[in-house]
Design a protein around this ligand. Structure first.
Ligand code: LMR
Length: 395
């Protein structure tokens, strides 16, 4: 049977992790996969999560099944984190999922079951959005998003394209920290998007993978919360991979907002039936630890302060790297890096230049020239900037 298959192409982001690990050069620099790194290049377990895991070990008396939606108290805590105090909780339902990707996947299936046919994705978007969403049997279309020349959002073009969407189409929006560009909607632009979605009857599907990595925990939820206060229905996929640093444990949440509690209940029953048919029940361990963090005032404060210091470090690295690039290039063409927020920016190198940076300088980034700013080496920003400027000058 397997002779029928041809090999699947490697995932471009995940494959980079392996290439980097195998590279013996001591000065190699990993700006590839989106994991937070500290100044030593490590991705530590957050102190509050570690403490919660200890408490979990002491307190947990069984590992029997929890259920298709995971832990209701974890889900309630996540509703608070994502939607805040002002949300109409009677219309929101939440299901713990295997990472943000698991949440995206089951919500895409729910959209397909609801007869949604077309999901609009930003151009560019996180590459894995495409297979995750198409696997549900819906089609995807692109809306323009990023102007590489200025490093800004092509907002007028985005709105013009979405005006061409049909009522009932789904619009996937990055809640904050756009992946791969780092260019984000401002408050006025979110308001305009909300107006458009409401007036055209479009359905928002928000991917919130980096809450707390952009402008702050509350600030990064602005778009989701605004939409939740305006639109009749929506779906949100949140990831805990980055803001709780529990990447491999796979924790996320799939949220839906219904027009009324009764419709929300029906849609939720369908969402759980999707989950049951795909993986049955989500993994528990890190979700249980996160619940402990979010229910314990002291641990919550510790987590928030560590998250904030990670966020600040990324902002400082952005500023330091933009300065270094300004010095090395004698131009302000990379200044957008300091204005962007989140883990990523695209530096504008061609795939051939990206390849050359990897081969000749040991600098790893995604082929579209996306860099993970958390991986920037604090003590070698000028050296790195000089390599990038030199390779990009060669054309
Ligand atoms: C990334 O964009 O690098 C992360 O979201 C990791 C992944 O799964 O692609």
């Amino acid at each position: 049977m397997f002779e029928m298959l041809t090999a699947a192409p490697p995932d471009k982001i995940i494959a980079l992790m392996g290439q980097f690990r195998e590279d013996p050069r001591p000065g190699k620099i990993d700006l590839g996969v989106g994991v937070y790194k500290d100044a030593k290049g490590d991705t530590p377990i957050m102190a509050a999560v570690r403490e919660a895991e200890k408490l979990l070990y002491e307190r947990q008396s069984t590992k029997t099944y929890v259920g298709m939606a995971g832990d209701p108290l974890f889900n309630a805590a996540m509703i608070g984190l994502v939607f805040g105090d002002g949300a109409d909780r009677a219309r929101i339902r939440a299901a713990q999922a295997p990472g943000g990707s698991g949440a995206l996947r089951i919500l895409a299936e729910l959209i397909a079951r609801s007869k949604g046919t077309t999901v609009w994705l930003s151009d560019p978007t996180w590459p894995n959005h495409v297979p995750l969403i198409r696997a549900a049997g819906v089609t995807t279309r692109d809306y323009p998003y990023f102007d590489a020349a200025t490093g800004t959002v092509r907002f007028d073009a985005m709105i013009a394209a979405l005006k061409g969407a049909a009522a009932g189409d789904i619009v996937l929006l990055h809640g904050c920290c756009h992946n791969p560009t780092g260019a984000n909607l401002d408050h006025g632009q979110w308001e305009a998007v909300a107006d458009l979605l409401v007036s055209r009857g479009l359905f928002p599907f928000v991917d919130l993978a980096y809450q707390g990595f952009g402008d702050g925990l509350e600030e990064d939820a602005f778009g989701v919360r605004l939409l939740a206060s305006r639109v009749p229905e929506m779906a949100v996929a949140a990831s805990c991979s980055k803001n709780f640093a529990v990447y491999r444990d796979r924790v996320g949440t799939a949220f839906l907002l219904g027009r009324n509690p009764a419709e929300a209940d029906i849609a939720f029953s369908q969402l759980l039936s999707v989950a049951r048919g795909m993986y049955s029940m989500p993994p528990d361990h890190a979700a249980a630890a996160i619940r402990i963090v979010l229910e314990d005032g002291k641990l919550t404060e510790s987590w928030k302060s560590e998250l904030e210091s990670m966020r600040r470090r990324m902002v400082l690295l952005r500023e330091g790297f933009a300065d270094a690039l300004r010095r090395q290039s004698n131009s302000d063409r990379f200044d957008f890096i300091a204005r962007h927020r989140g883990m990523f920016s695209r530096i504008g190198a061609t795939p051939a230049q990206v390849e050359k940076l990897r081969k000749e300088y040991g600098v790893y980034m995604v082929g579209d020239s996306r860099i993970n700013v958390a991986g920037l080496p604090e003590d070698r920003l000028d050296t790195l900037a000089a390599s990038i400027v030199s390779v990009m000058a060669e054309g």
